[in-house]
Write a protein that binds this ligand. Structure first.
Ligand SMILES: Nc1ncnc2c1ncn2[C@@H]1O[C@H](COP(=O)(O)OP(=O)(O)OP(=O)(O)O)[C@@H](O)[C@H]1O
Ligand SMILES: [Mg+2]
Length: 163
């Protein structure tokens, strides 16, 4: 007997359908729909007050959608918040580093809740940063923190994108 396995395409990295967020009378997000493939670089643009931050907050599980659905790395942002959080990294617009800590200490602190052993990528990053005793680097450390989380979903094993 010959067994033929048909490779199934991985789910989109992000899939958003009819996403709505209301704050009382204000409809901050009005039925947004989009999809982002794994490995795709996606820019989310719009005028002030268009609902970008509110949408990103829902994708990061920081805000609950009023209606609609969103999946991140194959996990539902309402029903599988832990799964989403384990698969995402965030670089904030403004620095959120502790200036009293070294780059390595900042990185370790940000991952303190993650009990898994360091991924090869994180291990390499720690080695690279451990030579620096000075104040944290403004850009490199947030990038390292954001990409250090180890994917557990369909994207597992793929290297983080380099810049
Ligand atoms: N917590 C909140 N309570 C009430 N209204 C809110 C709240 N957060 C956002 N809004 C309103 O929702 C709309 C969308 O805001 P949001 O911050 O998501 O837009 P944005 O696209 O990120 O804007 P900007 O480009 O200025 O950052 C705005 O009208 C805003 O005033
Ligand atoms: Mg915003």
């Amino acid at each position: 007997m010959i067994a033929i396995t048909v490779p199934t395409a991985p789910p989109p990295a992000i899939s958003v359908r009819g996403l709505v967020k209301r704050f009382g009378e204000i409809e901050a997000v009005r039925g947004v729909e989009f999809e982002v493939e794994t490995g795709e670089v996606f820019g989310f643009l719009g005028p002030n007050g268009a609902g970008k931050t509110t949408t990103i907050n829902m994708l990061c599980t920081l805000a609950k959608p009023t209606s609609g659905s969103a999946m991140v790395a194959g996990h539902d942002v309402v029903r599988e918040r832990d799964g989403v959080r384990r698969n995402i990294g965030l670089v904030f617009q403004d620095p959120t580093l502790d200036g009293y800590l070294t780059a390595e200490q900042n990185l370790k602190l940000s991952l303190a809740g993650d009990l898994r052993p360091p991924s090869p990528h994180l291990h390499a990053t720690l080695l690279e940063l451990s030579g620096e005793g000075g104040p944290p680097l403004a850009r490199e450390v947030p990038d390292a923190i954001a990409s250090a989380r180890r994917p557990t979903g369909p994207a597992a094993g793929r290297p983080p994108p380099s810049r």
